[in-house]
Design a protein around this ligand. Structure first.
Ligand code: NAG
Ligand code: NAG
Length: 254
């Protein structure tokens, strides 16, 4: 508890300060013009085979409002990031658009996003307008990065089925929150704080051979252009971690 509070408070303070400073000079909240298409077979859900490695979780995250990204995939760093996407035809589209989570990599004709059919339709004012948008296939949009928020969810670690205790550990970070990227992950022995940097295997999948032993403290580096902060969860990964298990870190990030 103590450790995490010390780590997280400066994080919030810095974030606030930076936002105040940067709003005067840059325009990180501005919308960027692009195009979006949709997955043909994604009526209600996302995809279980997305390039981010979220697995079945990828189908249900954010109620199925998810998207594949082309450039914004950024070699997997973009996995779990959230974007507000709105189509620009004022006759059919709402101002609000839809908030999506990146769970896959993919591109269409000049598109930055390939949304699920569900998310694509949700940019429209009515069901009929949604049908008209779907009929077009590709539409003009504007997008901007937004903070991911999952009410009542802590950041969670899902140990991959391929992990073999104690030699090989692979996991996915679920419910990434806030507006920053997770750019590095460490595992530390809680006893002597010996740490090991993990590899981003692909997407949101982090792996290590010969992981440290005993109860493990996870450290996640949250980064944007202005700032980097290590976030240290309240809860440890238990010493006898098991493949397929899910562990609650006990932290949320704004
Ligand atoms: C787990 O193993 C399967 C089969 O070898 C592979 O397709 C999959 O990508 C692996 N998952 C991870 C997270 O490495
Ligand atoms: C999140 O973590 C806190 C401890 O930091 C815990 O009290 C709470 O129950 C957790 N929430 C969920 C939804 O697991």
């Amino acid at each position: 508890m103590d450790v995490s509070l010390r780590t997280i408070f400066p994080f919030f303070a810095t974030l606030l300060l930076l936002q105040t400073l940067s709003s005067a000079t840059t325009c990180s909240d501005c919308f960027i013009s692009s195009k979006a298409a949709y997955y043909p077979d994604s009526d209600v859900q996302g995809t279980e085979i997305g390039a981010c490695g979220f697995g079945s979780f990828g189908a249900t995250i954010n109620g199925g409002d998810v998207s594949a990204a082309s450039e914004l995939y950024r070699n997997g760093v973009g996995c779990g990031a959230c974007y507000q996407v709105r189509c620009t035809d004022k006759y059919y589209c709402t101002d609000k658009g839809v908030n999506v989570v990146i769970t896959d990599q993919g591109s269409g004709p000049q598109t930055d996003f390939i949304l699920t059919r569900r998310a694509f339709s949700r940019m429209a004012q009515t069901t009929d307008a949604g049908a008209s948008l779907l009929a077009r296939g590709v539409v003009d949009i504007e997008y901007r990065r937004v903070s991911c928020s999952y009410p009542n969810k802590n950041i969670t670690i899902k140990i991959d089925e391929n992990s073999t205790y104690p030699h090989y550990l692979a996991f996915v970070i679920r419910y990434q929150q806030g507006k920053k990227d997770i750019t590095a992950v460490q595992l530390c022995e809680t006893q002597n704080f010996k740490c090991k940097l993990l590899d981003r295997s692909y997407g949101a999948v982090w792996t290590t051979t010969s992981p440290p032993s005993g109860p493990l403290t996870l450290r996640m580096l949250f980064s944007d252009d202005d700032d980097e902060t290590w976030v240290i969860p309240v809860n440890n990964i238990p010493q006898d971690w098991k493949h397929g298990e899910t562990y609650d870190t006990g932290v949320q990030v704004n």
